[in-house]
Design a protein around this ligand. Structure first.
Ligand code: HEM
Ligand SMILES: *[C@@H]1O[C@H](CO)[C@@H](O)[C@H](O)[C@H]1NC(C)=O
Ligand SMILES: *[C@@H]1O[C@H](CO)[C@@H](O)[C@H](O)[C@H]1NC(C)=O
Ligand SMILES: *[C@@H]1O[C@H](CO)[C@@H](O)[C@H](O)[C@H]1NC(C)=O
Length: 476
Protein backbone atom coordinates (compact mmCIF):
# COMPACT_ATOMS: atom_id res chain seq x y z
CA UNK A 1 0.00 0.00 0.00
CA UNK A 2 2.78 2.36 1.01
CA UNK A 3 4.45 1.48 -2.28
CA UNK A 4 1.40 2.44 -4.20
CA UNK A 5 1.15 5.75 -2.41
CA UNK A 6 4.83 6.36 -3.07
CA UNK A 7 4.39 5.58 -6.71
CA UNK A 8 1.40 7.82 -6.97
CA UNK A 9 3.35 10.54 -5.29
CA UNK A 10 6.19 10.10 -7.76
CA UNK A 11 3.77 10.19 -10.65
CA UNK A 12 2.23 13.39 -9.37
CA UNK A 13 5.65 14.99 -9.08
CA UNK A 14 6.61 13.91 -12.56
CA UNK A 15 3.38 15.15 -14.06
CA UNK A 16 3.79 18.47 -12.33
CA UNK A 17 7.26 18.69 -13.84
CA UNK A 18 5.99 17.76 -17.31
CA UNK A 19 3.20 20.25 -16.95
CA UNK A 20 5.66 22.85 -15.98
CA UNK A 21 7.72 22.23 -19.06
CA UNK A 22 4.84 22.05 -21.44
CA UNK A 23 2.85 24.94 -20.14
CA UNK A 24 5.62 27.17 -18.92
CA UNK A 25 8.20 26.76 -21.65
CA UNK A 26 8.44 30.11 -23.31
CA UNK A 27 6.97 28.87 -26.59
CA UNK A 28 3.84 27.50 -25.02
CA UNK A 29 3.49 30.47 -22.72
CA UNK A 30 3.47 32.71 -25.73
CA UNK A 31 0.76 30.52 -27.25
CA UNK A 32 -2.56 30.43 -25.49
CA UNK A 33 -3.31 26.71 -25.18
CA UNK A 34 -6.86 25.54 -24.61
CA UNK A 35 -7.35 24.90 -20.88
CA UNK A 36 -7.16 21.37 -19.52
CA UNK A 37 -5.12 18.83 -17.68
CA UNK A 38 -2.49 16.47 -19.01
CA UNK A 39 -2.90 13.86 -16.27
CA UNK A 40 -0.14 11.40 -15.48
CA UNK A 41 3.07 11.19 -17.51
CA UNK A 42 3.07 8.86 -20.53
CA UNK A 43 -0.43 7.49 -20.02
CA UNK A 44 -1.90 10.94 -19.48
CA UNK A 45 -5.65 10.61 -19.13
CA UNK A 46 -5.92 7.52 -21.32
CA UNK A 47 -7.02 5.33 -18.44
CA UNK A 48 -9.77 7.75 -17.45
CA UNK A 49 -10.89 7.80 -21.08
CA UNK A 50 -11.05 4.03 -21.29
CA UNK A 51 -12.76 3.72 -17.91
CA UNK A 52 -15.41 6.18 -19.07
CA UNK A 53 -16.03 4.30 -22.29
CA UNK A 54 -16.45 1.03 -20.44
CA UNK A 55 -19.54 2.31 -18.67
CA UNK A 56 -22.96 2.51 -20.24
CA UNK A 57 -22.70 6.24 -20.53
CA UNK A 58 -19.45 7.14 -22.26
CA UNK A 59 -19.79 10.87 -22.07
CA UNK A 60 -18.54 11.63 -18.56
CA UNK A 61 -14.99 11.97 -19.83
CA UNK A 62 -15.92 14.72 -22.25
CA UNK A 63 -18.88 16.08 -20.26
CA UNK A 64 -16.83 16.60 -17.16
CA UNK A 65 -14.08 18.40 -19.04
CA UNK A 66 -16.48 20.50 -21.07
CA UNK A 67 -18.08 21.63 -17.81
CA UNK A 68 -14.75 22.50 -16.29
CA UNK A 69 -12.90 23.96 -19.25
CA UNK A 70 -15.42 24.74 -22.00
CA UNK A 71 -15.99 23.01 -25.31
CA UNK A 72 -12.34 23.12 -26.37
CA UNK A 73 -9.89 21.61 -23.95
CA UNK A 74 -6.48 19.99 -23.73
CA UNK A 75 -5.88 16.48 -22.51
CA UNK A 76 -3.28 13.78 -22.96
CA UNK A 77 -4.44 10.46 -24.46
CA UNK A 78 -2.80 7.63 -26.40
CA UNK A 79 0.65 8.96 -25.79
CA UNK A 80 0.26 12.56 -26.85
CA UNK A 81 -1.16 15.88 -25.73
CA UNK A 82 -4.40 16.28 -27.65
CA UNK A 83 -6.83 19.14 -28.08
CA UNK A 84 -10.46 17.97 -27.89
CA UNK A 85 -13.22 19.90 -29.55
CA UNK A 86 -16.88 19.46 -28.68
CA UNK A 87 -17.73 22.64 -30.54
CA UNK A 88 -19.55 22.28 -33.89
CA UNK A 89 -17.96 25.39 -35.43
CA UNK A 90 -14.49 24.24 -34.54
CA UNK A 91 -15.23 20.74 -35.81
CA UNK A 92 -16.39 22.16 -39.09
CA UNK A 93 -13.26 24.31 -39.32
CA UNK A 94 -11.12 21.22 -38.70
CA UNK A 95 -12.93 19.13 -41.34
CA UNK A 96 -12.94 21.84 -44.00
CA UNK A 97 -9.26 22.63 -43.57
CA UNK A 98 -8.14 19.07 -44.05
CA UNK A 99 -4.92 19.08 -46.07
CA UNK A 100 -4.40 22.81 -45.50
CA UNK A 101 -4.15 23.34 -41.75
CA UNK A 102 -4.76 19.81 -40.54
CA UNK A 103 -3.98 16.38 -41.83
CA UNK A 104 -5.20 13.00 -40.76
CA UNK A 105 -3.24 11.12 -38.16
CA UNK A 106 -3.88 7.65 -36.86
CA UNK A 107 -2.05 5.88 -34.07
CA UNK A 108 0.70 3.59 -35.43
CA UNK A 109 -1.07 0.38 -34.40
CA UNK A 110 -4.01 1.31 -36.63
CA UNK A 111 -1.88 2.38 -39.63
CA UNK A 112 -0.10 -0.98 -39.65
CA UNK A 113 -3.37 -2.82 -39.86
CA UNK A 114 -4.87 -0.52 -42.47
CA UNK A 115 -1.87 -0.81 -44.76
CA UNK A 116 -0.13 2.26 -46.08
CA UNK A 117 -2.03 2.39 -49.36
CA UNK A 118 -5.43 2.79 -47.78
CA UNK A 119 -7.48 5.86 -48.59
CA UNK A 120 -7.65 6.78 -44.92
CA UNK A 121 -3.90 7.27 -44.80
CA UNK A 122 -3.35 8.88 -48.20
CA UNK A 123 -2.59 12.56 -48.42
CA UNK A 124 -2.42 15.40 -50.92
CA UNK A 125 -3.21 14.98 -54.60
CA UNK A 126 -3.13 11.18 -54.49
CA UNK A 127 -5.79 11.27 -51.80
CA UNK A 128 -7.88 13.65 -53.89
CA UNK A 129 -7.74 11.43 -56.95
CA UNK A 130 -8.47 8.20 -55.07
CA UNK A 131 -11.19 9.79 -52.96
CA UNK A 132 -13.11 10.86 -56.04
CA UNK A 133 -12.59 7.47 -57.63
CA UNK A 134 -14.12 5.87 -54.52
CA UNK A 135 -17.00 8.34 -54.50
CA UNK A 136 -17.75 7.55 -58.13
CA UNK A 137 -18.24 3.93 -57.10
CA UNK A 138 -20.73 4.61 -54.39
CA UNK A 139 -22.56 7.71 -55.64
CA UNK A 140 -26.32 7.75 -55.94
CA UNK A 141 -26.49 6.99 -59.66
CA UNK A 142 -24.31 3.90 -59.21
CA UNK A 143 -26.47 2.73 -56.30
CA UNK A 144 -29.61 3.41 -58.29
CA UNK A 145 -28.47 1.64 -61.45
CA UNK A 146 -26.35 -1.19 -60.06
CA UNK A 147 -25.90 -1.65 -56.33
CA UNK A 148 -29.51 -1.48 -55.19
CA UNK A 149 -30.39 -4.73 -56.98
CA UNK A 150 -27.55 -6.53 -55.17
CA UNK A 151 -28.37 -4.99 -51.81
CA UNK A 152 -31.99 -6.04 -52.15
CA UNK A 153 -31.07 -9.55 -53.27
CA UNK A 154 -28.40 -10.18 -50.63
CA UNK A 155 -30.54 -8.89 -47.77
CA UNK A 156 -33.39 -11.17 -48.83
CA UNK A 157 -31.11 -14.13 -49.35
CA UNK A 158 -29.72 -13.82 -45.84
CA UNK A 159 -33.13 -13.38 -44.26
CA UNK A 160 -34.42 -16.50 -46.04
CA UNK A 161 -32.37 -18.60 -43.62
CA UNK A 162 -33.64 -16.89 -40.48
CA UNK A 163 -35.55 -19.10 -38.12
CA UNK A 164 -36.20 -18.75 -34.45
CA UNK A 165 -33.13 -17.31 -32.74
CA UNK A 166 -30.97 -14.89 -34.69
CA UNK A 167 -27.84 -13.07 -33.62
CA UNK A 168 -28.70 -9.83 -35.32
CA UNK A 169 -25.23 -8.30 -35.19
CA UNK A 170 -23.72 -11.40 -36.83
CA UNK A 171 -26.34 -11.40 -39.57
CA UNK A 172 -25.86 -7.70 -40.21
CA UNK A 173 -22.12 -8.26 -40.50
CA UNK A 174 -22.53 -11.10 -42.94
CA UNK A 175 -24.80 -8.97 -45.09
CA UNK A 176 -22.53 -5.93 -45.14
CA UNK A 177 -19.45 -8.00 -45.85
CA UNK A 178 -21.06 -9.81 -48.76
CA UNK A 179 -22.31 -6.53 -50.14
CA UNK A 180 -18.93 -4.89 -50.01
CA UNK A 181 -17.17 -7.84 -51.63
CA UNK A 182 -19.77 -7.80 -54.37
CA UNK A 183 -19.40 -4.07 -54.86
CA UNK A 184 -15.60 -4.14 -54.90
CA UNK A 185 -14.95 -7.21 -57.01
CA UNK A 186 -18.24 -8.70 -58.18
CA UNK A 187 -18.03 -11.84 -56.07
CA UNK A 188 -21.19 -13.57 -55.00
CA UNK A 189 -21.34 -14.97 -51.47
CA UNK A 190 -19.96 -18.45 -51.04
CA UNK A 191 -17.39 -20.39 -49.07
CA UNK A 192 -14.63 -18.12 -50.27
CA UNK A 193 -16.27 -14.93 -48.98
CA UNK A 194 -17.17 -16.58 -45.67
CA UNK A 195 -13.61 -17.80 -45.02
CA UNK A 196 -12.26 -14.40 -45.97
CA UNK A 197 -14.68 -12.87 -43.50
CA UNK A 198 -13.45 -15.13 -40.69
CA UNK A 199 -9.90 -13.84 -41.21
CA UNK A 200 -11.27 -10.41 -41.45
CA UNK A 201 -12.92 -10.57 -38.06
CA UNK A 202 -9.47 -11.15 -36.57
CA UNK A 203 -8.11 -8.07 -38.32
CA UNK A 204 -10.93 -5.96 -36.95
CA UNK A 205 -10.32 -7.20 -33.41
CA UNK A 206 -6.74 -6.02 -33.71
CA UNK A 207 -7.86 -2.50 -34.51
CA UNK A 208 -9.27 -2.02 -31.14
CA UNK A 209 -6.46 -3.25 -28.98
CA UNK A 210 -5.13 -0.34 -27.00
CA UNK A 211 -1.83 1.00 -28.36
CA UNK A 212 -0.21 0.04 -25.07
CA UNK A 213 -1.01 -3.58 -25.85
CA UNK A 214 0.55 -3.51 -29.27
CA UNK A 215 2.54 -6.64 -28.47
CA UNK A 216 -0.53 -8.58 -27.39
CA UNK A 217 -1.55 -11.89 -28.94
CA UNK A 218 -4.71 -10.32 -30.38
CA UNK A 219 -2.67 -7.75 -32.20
CA UNK A 220 -0.19 -10.29 -33.55
CA UNK A 221 -3.04 -12.49 -34.70
CA UNK A 222 -4.59 -9.48 -36.38
CA UNK A 223 -1.41 -8.66 -38.28
CA UNK A 224 -1.18 -12.30 -39.44
CA UNK A 225 -4.80 -12.30 -40.51
CA UNK A 226 -4.29 -9.05 -42.34
CA UNK A 227 -1.44 -10.63 -44.30
CA UNK A 228 -3.71 -13.52 -45.23
CA UNK A 229 -6.53 -11.24 -46.30
CA UNK A 230 -4.13 -9.13 -48.34
CA UNK A 231 -2.68 -12.28 -49.97
CA UNK A 232 -6.11 -13.59 -50.86
CA UNK A 233 -7.00 -10.25 -52.39
CA UNK A 234 -3.67 -9.94 -54.22
CA UNK A 235 -4.41 -13.27 -55.85
CA UNK A 236 -7.75 -11.99 -57.10
CA UNK A 237 -6.12 -8.79 -58.31
CA UNK A 238 -3.55 -10.77 -60.33
CA UNK A 239 -6.25 -12.91 -61.91
CA UNK A 240 -8.32 -9.91 -62.78
CA UNK A 241 -5.34 -8.08 -64.23
CA UNK A 242 -4.79 -11.00 -66.60
CA UNK A 243 -8.45 -11.00 -67.57
CA UNK A 244 -8.55 -7.28 -68.19
CA UNK A 245 -5.40 -7.47 -70.31
CA UNK A 246 -7.20 -9.97 -72.51
CA UNK A 247 -10.06 -7.49 -72.84
CA UNK A 248 -12.51 -8.81 -70.23
CA UNK A 249 -13.34 -5.79 -68.05
CA UNK A 250 -15.79 -5.78 -65.17
CA UNK A 251 -17.32 -2.51 -64.05
CA UNK A 252 -16.64 -2.77 -60.33
CA UNK A 253 -14.27 -0.96 -58.01
CA UNK A 254 -11.41 -3.34 -58.77
CA UNK A 255 -12.00 -2.87 -62.50
CA UNK A 256 -11.74 0.90 -62.03
CA UNK A 257 -8.52 0.59 -60.05
CA UNK A 258 -6.98 -1.58 -62.75
CA UNK A 259 -8.13 0.82 -65.45
CA UNK A 260 -6.71 3.77 -63.50
CA UNK A 261 -3.26 2.24 -63.86
CA UNK A 262 -0.08 2.97 -61.95
CA UNK A 263 -0.81 0.75 -58.95
CA UNK A 264 0.88 -2.52 -58.09
CA UNK A 265 -1.18 -5.55 -57.11
CA UNK A 266 -0.23 -5.11 -53.47
CA UNK A 267 -1.20 -1.48 -53.47
CA UNK A 268 -4.59 -2.33 -54.90
CA UNK A 269 -5.06 -5.11 -52.34
CA UNK A 270 -4.21 -2.66 -49.53
CA UNK A 271 -6.69 -0.20 -50.87
CA UNK A 272 -9.44 -2.82 -51.00
CA UNK A 273 -8.73 -4.11 -47.48
CA UNK A 274 -9.19 -0.61 -46.12
CA UNK A 275 -12.47 -0.15 -47.98
CA UNK A 276 -13.72 -3.34 -46.41
CA UNK A 277 -12.75 -2.06 -42.97
CA UNK A 278 -14.41 1.31 -43.47
CA UNK A 279 -17.83 -0.03 -44.32
CA UNK A 280 -18.06 -3.21 -42.27
CA UNK A 281 -18.25 -2.46 -38.53
CA UNK A 282 -19.96 0.87 -39.02
CA UNK A 283 -22.82 -0.23 -41.24
CA UNK A 284 -23.53 -3.46 -39.41
CA UNK A 285 -23.54 -1.71 -36.04
CA UNK A 286 -25.95 0.89 -37.32
CA UNK A 287 -28.28 -1.86 -38.59
CA UNK A 288 -28.27 -3.60 -35.23
CA UNK A 289 -28.77 -0.45 -33.20
CA UNK A 290 -31.60 0.78 -35.42
CA UNK A 291 -33.46 -2.44 -34.62
CA UNK A 292 -32.68 -2.10 -30.93
CA UNK A 293 -33.91 1.50 -30.76
CA UNK A 294 -37.05 0.66 -32.72
CA UNK A 295 -37.78 -2.30 -30.46
CA UNK A 296 -37.53 0.01 -27.49
CA UNK A 297 -39.71 2.66 -29.17
CA UNK A 298 -42.88 0.81 -30.28
CA UNK A 299 -44.59 3.91 -31.69
CA UNK A 300 -41.71 4.50 -34.07
CA UNK A 301 -41.64 0.84 -35.07
CA UNK A 302 -45.38 0.91 -35.80
CA UNK A 303 -45.05 4.00 -37.98
CA UNK A 304 -42.08 2.50 -39.83
CA UNK A 305 -44.00 -0.71 -40.47
CA UNK A 306 -46.91 1.23 -41.85
CA UNK A 307 -44.63 3.04 -44.28
CA UNK A 308 -43.09 -0.19 -45.55
CA UNK A 309 -46.32 -2.12 -45.75
CA UNK A 310 -47.58 0.74 -47.90
CA UNK A 311 -44.66 0.22 -50.27
CA UNK A 312 -45.19 -3.58 -50.32
CA UNK A 313 -48.88 -3.14 -51.09
CA UNK A 314 -48.03 -1.19 -54.24
CA UNK A 315 -45.76 -3.94 -55.56
CA UNK A 316 -45.96 -7.52 -56.70
CA UNK A 317 -44.74 -10.04 -54.15
CA UNK A 318 -41.61 -11.05 -55.99
CA UNK A 319 -40.56 -7.58 -57.11
CA UNK A 320 -37.42 -6.16 -55.63
CA UNK A 321 -37.14 -2.68 -54.20
CA UNK A 322 -36.48 0.09 -56.68
CA UNK A 323 -34.94 3.49 -56.38
CA UNK A 324 -38.36 5.15 -56.44
CA UNK A 325 -39.34 3.00 -53.44
CA UNK A 326 -36.23 4.08 -51.59
CA UNK A 327 -37.12 7.67 -52.37
CA UNK A 328 -40.57 7.28 -50.84
CA UNK A 329 -39.59 6.37 -47.30
CA UNK A 330 -39.64 9.74 -45.52
CA UNK A 331 -40.11 8.34 -42.03
CA UNK A 332 -37.42 5.71 -42.58
CA UNK A 333 -34.98 8.52 -43.37
CA UNK A 334 -35.84 10.12 -40.04
CA UNK A 335 -35.15 6.80 -38.33
CA UNK A 336 -31.83 6.52 -40.18
CA UNK A 337 -30.73 10.00 -39.14
CA UNK A 338 -31.82 9.52 -35.57
CA UNK A 339 -30.03 6.19 -35.35
CA UNK A 340 -26.85 7.76 -36.71
CA UNK A 341 -27.14 10.53 -34.17
CA UNK A 342 -27.88 8.52 -31.05
CA UNK A 343 -25.81 5.43 -31.85
CA UNK A 344 -22.56 7.25 -31.17
CA UNK A 345 -20.63 5.06 -33.57
CA UNK A 346 -18.29 7.62 -34.97
CA UNK A 347 -17.18 9.31 -31.85
CA UNK A 348 -15.07 11.72 -33.90
CA UNK A 349 -11.90 12.03 -35.94
CA UNK A 350 -8.23 12.55 -35.18
CA UNK A 351 -6.16 15.15 -36.99
CA UNK A 352 -2.77 16.78 -36.58
CA UNK A 353 -2.12 20.53 -36.74
CA UNK A 354 0.22 21.31 -39.64
CA UNK A 355 1.02 24.74 -38.26
CA UNK A 356 0.15 26.86 -35.20
CA UNK A 357 -3.58 27.42 -35.48
CA UNK A 358 -5.55 30.18 -33.78
CA UNK A 359 -9.11 29.32 -33.03
CA UNK A 360 -11.69 30.74 -30.63
CA UNK A 361 -9.03 32.72 -28.81
CA UNK A 362 -6.73 29.74 -28.30
CA UNK A 363 -3.74 28.42 -30.17
CA UNK A 364 -3.26 24.79 -31.17
CA UNK A 365 0.52 24.32 -31.47
CA UNK A 366 1.97 22.90 -34.68
CA UNK A 367 2.29 19.11 -34.55
CA UNK A 368 -0.35 18.56 -31.87
CA UNK A 369 -3.10 16.00 -32.17
CA UNK A 370 -6.64 17.27 -32.40
CA UNK A 371 -9.79 15.27 -31.81
CA UNK A 372 -13.01 16.64 -33.26
CA UNK A 373 -15.72 14.94 -31.23
CA UNK A 374 -18.94 14.42 -33.20
CA UNK A 375 -20.55 12.43 -30.45
CA UNK A 376 -20.23 15.22 -27.91
CA UNK A 377 -22.04 17.56 -30.31
CA UNK A 378 -24.72 15.04 -31.34
CA UNK A 379 -25.58 14.41 -27.70
CA UNK A 380 -25.46 18.01 -26.55
CA UNK A 381 -28.75 19.41 -25.24
CA UNK A 382 -27.84 22.82 -26.62
CA UNK A 383 -27.89 21.41 -30.13
CA UNK A 384 -30.59 18.74 -29.94
CA UNK A 385 -33.51 19.05 -27.55
CA UNK A 386 -33.62 16.14 -25.11
CA UNK A 387 -30.52 14.94 -26.93
CA UNK A 388 -30.14 11.55 -25.32
CA UNK A 389 -33.55 10.21 -26.31
CA UNK A 390 -34.21 8.33 -29.55
CA UNK A 391 -36.83 10.48 -31.22
CA UNK A 392 -37.04 10.06 -35.01
CA UNK A 393 -39.87 12.62 -35.21
CA UNK A 394 -37.45 15.40 -34.39
CA UNK A 395 -36.27 15.18 -38.02
CA UNK A 396 -39.74 16.09 -39.25
CA UNK A 397 -39.57 19.45 -37.53
CA UNK A 398 -37.49 22.45 -38.52
CA UNK A 399 -36.80 21.44 -42.10
CA UNK A 400 -34.64 18.40 -41.60
CA UNK A 401 -32.14 19.77 -39.16
CA UNK A 402 -33.25 17.39 -36.44
CA UNK A 403 -34.39 20.37 -34.43
CA UNK A 404 -30.77 21.48 -34.28
CA UNK A 405 -30.27 25.12 -33.49
CA UNK A 406 -28.05 25.72 -36.51
CA UNK A 407 -26.89 23.80 -39.57
CA UNK A 408 -23.71 21.75 -39.71
CA UNK A 409 -23.97 20.25 -36.26
CA UNK A 410 -24.98 16.81 -37.59
CA UNK A 411 -21.87 15.17 -39.05
CA UNK A 412 -22.12 11.38 -38.67
CA UNK A 413 -20.11 10.99 -41.89
CA UNK A 414 -17.55 13.68 -41.21
CA UNK A 415 -17.12 16.38 -43.85
CA UNK A 416 -14.76 18.30 -46.08
CA UNK A 417 -12.31 16.48 -48.35
CA UNK A 418 -12.60 13.30 -46.28
CA UNK A 419 -16.38 13.11 -46.18
CA UNK A 420 -17.27 9.42 -46.03
CA UNK A 421 -17.65 8.16 -49.62
CA UNK A 422 -20.04 5.49 -48.33
CA UNK A 423 -22.58 7.83 -46.76
CA UNK A 424 -25.36 7.22 -49.26
CA UNK A 425 -24.59 3.53 -49.57
CA UNK A 426 -24.83 3.07 -45.80
CA UNK A 427 -28.21 4.83 -45.75
CA UNK A 428 -29.56 2.70 -48.59
CA UNK A 429 -28.30 -0.53 -47.01
CA UNK A 430 -29.95 0.32 -43.70
CA UNK A 431 -33.23 1.33 -45.37
CA UNK A 432 -33.46 -1.85 -47.46
CA UNK A 433 -32.57 -3.96 -44.44
CA UNK A 434 -35.32 -2.32 -42.37
CA UNK A 435 -37.80 -2.71 -45.21
CA UNK A 436 -37.40 -6.46 -45.41
CA UNK A 437 -37.12 -6.91 -41.68
CA UNK A 438 -40.37 -5.17 -40.79
CA UNK A 439 -42.37 -6.58 -43.69
CA UNK A 440 -41.24 -10.18 -43.17
CA UNK A 441 -40.80 -10.67 -39.46
CA UNK A 442 -41.94 -9.82 -36.02
CA UNK A 443 -39.39 -10.23 -33.28
CA UNK A 444 -38.65 -9.92 -29.58
CA UNK A 445 -35.25 -9.58 -27.93
CA UNK A 446 -34.09 -13.02 -26.76
CA UNK A 447 -32.26 -11.67 -23.74
CA UNK A 448 -31.37 -8.40 -22.18
CA UNK A 449 -28.50 -6.84 -24.03
CA UNK A 450 -26.71 -3.59 -23.51
CA UNK A 451 -24.62 -1.24 -25.54
CA UNK A 452 -20.96 -0.86 -24.62
CA UNK A 453 -18.54 1.64 -26.08
CA UNK A 454 -15.17 0.06 -25.67
CA UNK A 455 -13.27 -0.94 -27.66
CA UNK A 456 -16.02 -0.19 -30.19
CA UNK A 457 -19.66 0.73 -29.90
CA UNK A 458 -21.50 -2.56 -29.96
CA UNK A 459 -24.05 -4.60 -28.11
CA UNK A 460 -22.45 -6.97 -25.68
CA UNK A 461 -24.27 -10.12 -26.77
CA UNK A 462 -24.57 -9.28 -30.47
CA UNK A 463 -28.27 -8.60 -29.96
CA UNK A 464 -29.98 -11.99 -30.09
CA UNK A 465 -33.63 -11.84 -31.16
CA UNK A 466 -36.39 -14.42 -31.62
CA UNK A 467 -37.96 -13.91 -35.05
CA UNK A 468 -41.33 -15.03 -36.33
CA UNK A 469 -42.12 -14.91 -40.06
CA UNK A 470 -45.21 -12.79 -40.67
CA UNK A 471 -46.32 -14.74 -43.66
CA UNK A 472 -44.44 -17.91 -44.53
CA UNK A 473 -45.52 -17.83 -48.16
CA UNK A 474 -44.35 -14.34 -48.79
CA UNK A 475 -41.29 -13.71 -50.93
CA UNK A 476 -40.12 -17.28 -50.82
C1 HEM B 1 -23.00 3.98 -40.95
C2 HEM B 1 -21.99 3.79 -41.70
C3 HEM B 1 -20.78 4.69 -41.81
C4 HEM B 1 -20.35 5.72 -41.01
C5 HEM B 1 -21.01 6.25 -39.74
C6 HEM B 1 -19.12 6.22 -41.60
C7 HEM B 1 -18.41 7.30 -41.09
C8 HEM B 1 -17.26 7.82 -41.66
C9 HEM B 1 -16.56 8.99 -41.20
C10 HEM B 1 -16.96 9.85 -40.02
C11 HEM B 1 -15.49 9.18 -42.01
C12 HEM B 1 -14.48 10.32 -41.93
C13 HEM B 1 -13.16 9.92 -41.34
C14 HEM B 1 -12.24 11.11 -41.27
O1 HEM B 1 -12.65 12.24 -41.55
O2 HEM B 1 -11.07 10.91 -40.88
C15 HEM B 1 -15.50 8.10 -42.97
C16 HEM B 1 -14.54 7.94 -43.96
C17 HEM B 1 -14.56 6.91 -44.88
N1 HEM B 1 -15.60 5.99 -45.07
FE1 HEM B 1 -17.25 5.81 -43.97
N2 HEM B 1 -18.84 5.51 -42.72
C18 HEM B 1 -19.82 4.56 -42.90
C19 HEM B 1 -19.94 3.65 -43.92
C20 HEM B 1 -19.04 3.51 -44.95
C21 HEM B 1 -19.18 2.59 -46.07
C22 HEM B 1 -20.37 1.67 -46.31
C23 HEM B 1 -18.07 2.72 -46.83
C24 HEM B 1 -17.77 1.95 -48.08
C25 HEM B 1 -17.60 2.47 -49.23
C26 HEM B 1 -17.22 3.74 -46.20
C27 HEM B 1 -16.00 4.16 -46.67
C28 HEM B 1 -15.24 5.18 -46.12
C29 HEM B 1 -13.92 5.56 -46.61
C30 HEM B 1 -13.16 4.91 -47.74
C31 HEM B 1 -13.49 6.65 -45.83
C32 HEM B 1 -12.16 7.41 -45.95
C33 HEM B 1 -12.38 8.65 -46.75
C34 HEM B 1 -11.11 9.46 -46.88
O3 HEM B 1 -10.27 9.43 -45.98
O4 HEM B 1 -10.99 10.14 -47.90
N3 HEM B 1 -17.86 4.20 -45.07
N4 HEM B 1 -16.60 7.31 -42.76
C1 LIG C 1 -21.49 8.95 -60.34
O1 LIG C 1 -20.30 8.39 -60.88
C2 LIG C 1 -20.35 8.09 -62.27
C3 LIG C 1 -19.05 7.47 -62.65
O2 LIG C 1 -18.82 6.31 -61.95
C4 LIG C 1 -20.60 9.37 -63.06
O3 LIG C 1 -20.70 9.08 -64.42
C5 LIG C 1 -21.87 10.03 -62.56
O4 LIG C 1 -22.03 11.28 -63.19
C6 LIG C 1 -21.83 10.25 -61.06
N1 LIG C 1 -23.13 10.71 -60.61
C7 LIG C 1 -23.30 11.66 -59.72
C8 LIG C 1 -24.70 11.95 -59.31
O5 LIG C 1 -22.37 12.27 -59.24
C1 LIG D 1 -24.85 7.27 -26.55
O1 LIG D 1 -24.39 7.99 -25.46
C2 LIG D 1 -25.41 8.48 -24.57
C3 LIG D 1 -24.81 9.29 -23.49
O2 LIG D 1 -23.48 9.37 -23.51
C4 LIG D 1 -26.21 7.33 -24.00
O3 LIG D 1 -27.22 7.83 -23.14
C5 LIG D 1 -26.80 6.56 -25.14
O4 LIG D 1 -27.49 5.44 -24.62
C6 LIG D 1 -25.71 6.12 -26.08
N1 LIG D 1 -26.22 5.41 -27.21
C7 LIG D 1 -26.36 4.10 -27.22
C8 LIG D 1 -26.49 3.44 -28.50
O5 LIG D 1 -26.34 3.47 -26.19
C1 LIG E 1 -30.74 13.65 -42.41
O1 LIG E 1 -29.53 14.36 -42.22
C2 LIG E 1 -28.98 14.95 -43.38
C3 LIG E 1 -27.69 15.61 -42.99
O2 LIG E 1 -26.69 14.67 -42.82
C4 LIG E 1 -29.95 15.95 -43.98
O3 LIG E 1 -29.41 16.48 -45.17
C5 LIG E 1 -31.25 15.25 -44.27
O4 LIG E 1 -32.19 16.18 -44.75
C6 LIG E 1 -31.79 14.58 -43.02
N1 LIG E 1 -32.97 13.81 -43.34
C7 LIG E 1 -34.14 13.98 -42.74
C8 LIG E 1 -35.26 13.13 -43.16
O5 LIG E 1 -34.28 14.80 -41.87
Amino acid sequence: MADLVDNMFLCVIISVVIFYFIFRSSRFRRLRLPPGSLGLPFVGETLQLIAAYKTENPEPFIDERVNRFGSIFTTHVFGEPTVFSADPETNRFILQNEGKLFDCSYPGSISNLLGKHSLLLMKGSLHKRMHSLTVSFANSSIIKDHLLVDIDRLVRLNMDSWTDRVLLMEEAKKITFELTVKQLMSFDPGEWTESLRKEYVLVIEGFFTVPLRIFSATYRRAIQARTKVAEALSFIVRERRKESESGDRKSDMLGALLAEGGFSDDEIADFLVALLVAGYETTSTIMTLAVKFLTETPLALAQLKEEHEGIRARKKKEDGLEWSDYKSMPFTQCVVNETLRVANITSGVFRRAMTDIDIKGYTIPKGWRVFASFRAVHLDHDHFKDARTFNPWRWQEQSNSGGASSGNVFTPFGGGPRLCPGYELARVELSVFLHHLVTRFSWVPAEKDKVVFFPTTRTQKRYPIIVKPLNVEEEK
